[in-house]
Design a protein around this ligand. Sequence first.
Ligand code: SAM
Length: 227
Amino acid sequence: SDSHFPIPICPAEFDYSHHYPYFFPSGGEDHKNGSASPRKVRFADIGCGFGGLLVSLSRLFPDTLMLGMELRDKVTEYVKERILALRASNPGQYENISVVRTNSMKYLPNYFGKAQLSKMFFLFPDPHFKEKNHRRRVISLQLLDEYAYALELGGIIYTMTDVEELGDWMRSCLEDHPLFEAVSEEELEADPVVKLLTSATEEGQKVARNGGQTFRAIFRRIKFEEE
Ligand code: SAM
């Protein structure tokens, strides 16, 4: 049951001062941001596991707020402790990353408003091999509607897996969706985030150690003609 972990009623109810106290020291006011619009979470790591990607991204984009979403209680607690320990031993750093225990397939719209995110990550998600379980996959045409809503125009969705069948599935969902287009190989070459997908995730490291293959599909949120 999901009833034992708190879910914000809407994105405005998400407690920024709890997750990012360095940026929101006085109960909600964003003191590090000169502009009038408050800083919001811009990157979401869906099924973040042990948090390796967040930790690496934090160093690469120290002023960008990022949130990991993880279903497993113990894993979420581990990531919380990991971030607190990093903050304690590196004052002023790792203040831009946090994690929530949640089922992203149910509650993503409770956390992120329209066009809020610039990057979403779906790295090494559970494959759910059986056909009757495909509806439990975290990438589907229906869920891509939600992800398109949460992503800004030009925002990027990064997917990667070591399961070829799932890689084909994620790519074909993205190709079939009218609000996404593939990012070109040249852009992927130039994007420093792409290298982290395998090197910074715990699953990516495992696959690399075992000499396994990975399959990626990286797409951009585009405008729909009538938008
Ligand atoms: N992304 C990480 C990495 O690459 O190292 C972890 C990959 S792990 C194989 C998949 C993770 O997704 C697991 O930790 C699992 O608990 C989490 N997960 C599965 N379904 C989820 C859901 N509906 N909402 C949030 N997390 C979920």
